[in-house]
Design a protein around this ligand. Structure first.
Ligand code: WT7
Length: 653
């Protein structure tokens, strides 16, 4: 076996330089990188000036007790003063903070002044209910403006929010409430999904059977559906918040005061409560929203993700608001009432920056390019991608059909743990390569290392690490410092271990290769799922692919691929031919070593609720095992669909 911790298989020659006019006026330039390289702490001290402090910090990073970092430790601030009051005081109260678009078609534009008033009322109401600084509040809501108000109201009074994605079950909600010591829950009767009201409150009621410490549930009326209210415990949001004063004086908190806990599933065991704190986090997301998206005053910005994920926290709520941006927020699914809904929204609000996940992009590829072609997408100037490696073909499709061959695509690598973008092209500087996240952003230092923790050479693969602390980094896991140390800081001395495989190409640019748990070992070659999936997706008939390693008597593991075909030009009768064609395609793109033992054509893939493919379940199928835990699966019928599918059309030849 070679020295490479992970083989470097794919080669990609396409290049996209930044548009000249964008480069000429870009927020970030080559000098920004030079500045950050020359003086790390000085660079971050300067970024800290983007926000308004009660007491200005004199310290930048305190790393005297690694891996427990403090940033700007002697500074104080109110994070919502930064997101709201200061814009109103600067005369921008009439600027729209969000254009809300409900799934049924209802709309509401809320200005910064209006949002400040709503948040002030909610902050007063929470205080009235006994919520104090440091208390935890769970938020289990649909994608509506009150979700933002609820988060900001907590943050304004120093309470810690833990937002639980509305698609999670009662059990998942209860686990998080218990782990976090929550006493107040904010929820809604329901939200609108796929053309119908979808209830939320019953899941709260069920969860609270296990959570005796929760004394108050605030319920926002969104859908108007029948909702049971427990006497004494449950209160309508409108009754409580509606009565409260819209004047509220923000108090300043120390920079290391907790802001939120966001749970993310670990590979084993109970979910990890990622803790973020107010000062460093706000500096990190304010700077990256400005830098990565080249955000300007007249932009209309849309992060098409759910607020229940970190993407929503950092790039729907805190980053855009701290920058005084105008955002779009959409409640529903992309195919309701038709498959052009996103493009209709972009046309309507003249969205100029769109940020979404590869899983969405590949779904749009599957639906066909003729759908976005019906809408005016010429307002777009920057496209972003997040959540998974973006296959080169999906990148090019996104740029061509959504970006009309003009817009840079920024592939942003980061995690719930990192809080902010870490590796990404800068739209006015980087000559992008489809599929590459490129380089660490100015102010962040990453590397790719081998098993011993030594940096790999260009052209080789290994493990992604972060070499220096960064302001929005997680501070610990809620209630479990030891697990924080073990999970992230024990594998390689002094380095943050992200859990992702990556490679450096010949220019030293970084390509993400998937989670290291998913790496396959075929005849002693360690190969990433991502590269073989990308080779499959580069065939014009393939919309989506998932690759896993299944045990094999000869090669140790063998490659098994699951593919979804595109709906444009389907030839239903090609049967086994498509399998042969795709296998040959992978051989030509990568080489015989990467040729899948089996290719199975399926209609759906098992995904988590945030859109990541659950390769673990596909491994079970590939190895003919009983299915493992499916509780975090977005749609559990998918697994039956795949199995039925395979019974009729085995991909083996
Ligand atoms: C994991 C973190 C970041 C917010 C949403 C997901 C994968 C994320 C990329 C990217 C390749 C990516 C990694 C990472 N990931 N962005 N641009 N290229 N992989 O947050 O749920 O905490 O997941 O998502 O595997 O470790 P998360």
């Amino acid at each position: 076996m070679s020295d490479d911790a992970l083989s470097n298989l794919l080669h990609e020659e396409r290049r996209f330089p930044p548009p000249a006019d964008l480069a000429a006026n870009a927020n970030v330039t080559a000098e920004t990188y030079a500045e950050a390289d020359a003086d790390f702490e000085g660079f971050w001290a300067k970024q800290a000036e983007r926000i308004s402090w009660g007491t200005k910090p004199t310290q930048v990073l305190d790393w005297s007790n690694p891996p427990f970092a403090k940033w700007f430790a002697d500074g104080t601030l109110n994070i919502t003063y930064n997101c709201l009051d200061r814009h109103v005081e600067a005369g921008n109260g009439d600027r729209v903070a969000y254009h809300f678009e409900g799934e049924p078609g209802d709309t509401r534009a809320i200005t910064y002044a209006e949002l400040l008033a709503e948040v002030s009322k909610a902050a007063n109401a929470l205080t009235e209910l006994g919520v104090k600084s440091g208390d935890r509040v769970a938020i289990y809501m649909p994608m509506i403006l009150e979700t933002v108000v609820a988060m900001l109201a907590c943050a304004r009074i120093g309470a810690v929010h833990t937002v639980v994605f509305g698609g999670f079950s009662a059990d998942a909600l209860a686990d998080r409430i218990l782990d976090c010591g929550v006493e107040v829950v904010i929820t809604a009767d329901g939200g609108n999904r796929r053309g119908a009201p979808s209830a939320l409150k019953p899941a709260v009621d069920q969860a609270l059977e296990r959570c005796p410490d929760v004394h108050t549930v605030l319920v926002v009326k969104r859908t108007g559906q029948e909702t049971a209210m427990a006497d004494g415990r449950d209160k309508w949001w409108d009754d409580v918040v509606g009565q409260a004063s819209d004047q509220h004086t923000p108090e300043n908190f120390p920079a290391e005061h907790p802001l939120y806990v966001m749970y993310t599933s670990g590979s084993t065991g109970k979910p990890k409560g990622i803790l973020h704190t107010v000062g460093g986090y706000l500096v990190g997301v304010t700077y990256t929203t400005w830098a990565t998206f080249d955000l300007k005053d007249d932009d209309v910005y849309w992060t098409a993700a759910d607020i229940g994920w970190v993407t929503g926290h950092s790039y729907i709520v805190y980053g855009p608001l701290a920058n005084g941006a105008t955002s779009v927020m959409y409640e529903g699914t992309p195919d309701t009432p038709h498959q052009g809904r996103w493009w209709e929204i972009i046309q309507k609000y003249k969205v100029s920056i769109l940020y979404c996940a590869p899983t969405a992009i590949r779904t749009f590829m599957k639906w066909g390019a003729e759908i976005p072609a019906k809408y005016d997408l010429s307002s777009l100037r920057i496209l972003g991608s997040v959540g998974e490696p973006i296959n080169p073909e999906a990148f090019v499709w996104y740029r061509t059909h959504i970006g009309l061959d003009q817009t840079p695509v920024v592939d942003t690598w980061w995690q719930t743990e990192t809080g902010m973008h870490m590796i990404s092209p800068m739209p006015g500087v980087s000559e992008t390569k489809p599929g590459a996240a490129m380089r660490a952003i100015p102010g962040v230092v990453v590397d790719v290392v081998n098993d011993e923790g030594h940096p790999v050479e260009n052209g080789q693969g290994g493990y992604l690490v972060v070499s220096k602390p960064w302001p929005a980094m997680l501070r610990t896991l809620w209630g479990d410092d030891q697990r924080y140390v073990d999970t992230y800081w024990s594998r390689f001395k002094g380095l943050y271990f992200a859990g992702d495989g990556a490679k450096k190409d010949d220019d030293g640019d970084i390509w993400l290769l998937g989670r290291v748990d998913d790496v396959m070992n075929v005849s002693g070659h360690r190969m990433s799922t991502t590269e073989i999936e990308s080779a499959l997706v580069s065939h014009p008939r393939v919309a989506e692919a998932a690759v896993v390693g299944a045990s094999d008597p000869t090669t140790g593991q063998a490659i098994v691929a699951f593919v979804i075909l595109r709906s444009d030009d389907v030839d239903a009768d090609e049967g086994a031919d498509i399998v042969k064609t795709l296998r040959n395609h992978v051989r030509t793109e990568i080489g015989p070593i990467a040729s899948p033992r089996q290719i199975m054509v399926v209609e759906e893939l098992p995904k988590t609720r945030s859109g990541k493919i659950m390769r673990r379940l596909l491994r079970d199928i590939a190895e003919n095992r009983e299915l493992g835990d499916v509780t975090t699966l977005q749609d559990s019928s998918v697994m039956n669909l795949i199995k039925d599918n395979l019974a009729t059309s085995s991909g083996e030849d």
